[in-house]
Design a protein. Sequence first.
Length: 275
Amino acid sequence: MQVSPFESCGAIVSDLQLATMTDADLTELRTAFSQHGVLFFRDQTLPPKEHLRFARRFGKIVVNKFFKTTTLDPEIAEVRKEKTQQTNIGGGWHTDHSYDDNPALGSILVARTLPETGGNTHFSDLAAAYDALPEPLKKRIAGLRAVHSNTHLYGENGLYRLTDLADQLGGMDRVGDATHPVVIRHPESGRKVLYVNPGHTIQFEDWDFDRSRSLLDELYAHVNQSQFTSNFNWLPGSVTFWDNRRTWHMADNDYQGQMRLMHRITLAGTGLAAA
Ligand SMILES: O=C(O)CCC(=O)C(=O)O
Ligand SMILES: [Fe+2]
């Protein structure tokens, strides 16, 4: 197995087939995952059964509360954009499931049908971003907690409900919030990570909305710099496996009129402790 850093977030893993890797490979892969935050794979043969098997070898699967699953298996979620559809899933920076008390450890995304061009996914490294924060900003966020929600996206009149993605969604009654420390200690690597994201973080606990907004915007502007970010172009056989406690991701919506279909399995995580 070869692990080479990719742009400014994550690493490309080569000389490894996920479907046939040994237990020793899996141990090496866990280390690479903890070191890099996102792993990118090319030329994989990973049909749904093998996708599930890899996920189960790595951890415990958790099912997304809102997006419909595939007819193949309820543990595989579809990230689908039809030719005629305008809105894509995950088109703004976010981490998956930060609105849960025990946010997802990670997500494994497999390309199934790709547009001719476009549809890249961007990733950002929130451990590197934390380390590079100016000291005064580190002091301002020390000890804070933030509220993460999905109501503004999936609740009644939520943003996604108002788009042409609405009929791919269920679970309007499952909306809810969670609070997490703004700087977490990563459960495996031990690194400090800035744990807020534009998709789900709505405010700091015990702060008013406007004051929260202005500090969140300052933090987001810091993270959204090219030195923390990678841009991954999907090819047939590509797989990405990202750590939701350490990274943001965002999918480009630049292939109108073409279909894109990905399969996603999300792995369960634990509660997050302050750094
Ligand atoms: O389609 C993609 O590239 C990513 C979509 C997304 O946000 C996800 O699968 O969690
Ligand atoms: Fe996502």
